[in-house]
Design a protein around this ligand. Sequence first.
Ligand code: GLN
Length: 227
Amino acid sequence: MADKTIKIAYLYEDLMNTYGDSGDVKVIRYLLAKQGYQTEVDNISLDDSFDAKNYDFLFFGGGQDFEQTVVAKDLPRHKETIENYIKAGNPMLCICGGYQLMGDYYKTNSGITIKGLGILPLHTIFKADKRMIGDTRYMTEWGEVKAFENHSGQTYFDNTNMLHPFGEMIEGYGNNPQDKVEGLRYKNFIGSYSHGPLLRNTNVANAIVKMILERRKERTANEVESV
Ligand code: GLN
């Protein structure tokens, strides 16, 4: 960890990458490069071995229901390592389908229930009347975000003491049509319905880069202490 290479894991890049989500990883790499950091991105796909603690940043993009069912079968192998990573305060960004799979389940419009990792107390359901599609605008702790959403799942938090929204809606739906909030913030985990990609909003991208570099510094300090 002592060198300047930042390691990024892109979970299921070949299956979970709707509406330009891979652009989020490109923006993070670009901003880190500007600060003199090299980045290495591993695409973790079906059957690959993976240990989250070897990474400085995890990214999980959006996907169609079919791809989500495929990914959901492979994903439970990684539950422990991802859960420990998130709960230790390491940075992770999940978009749309990836965000849904971090919760308990996603009940789709074809009536199937896709089991999520159950790391974060939330669930997602389809309700007959609505597909949430269009431009979104919302206010986060880092300022306003403009993006695009396209999902049929409606996400609800099951533990509002633990989970906090990522933003307050100005335009569009976000998590669901009732709550007027977008996404989730838990420690250094961000879940969001925003495509476009989300990180063309450089206020959020810079905040994530800061999290990555701060966590890297803390982890390097701990490693030196324990030698
Ligand atoms: N398939 C999910 C839904 O429709 C997620 C869509 C996405 O990731 N864009 O709700």
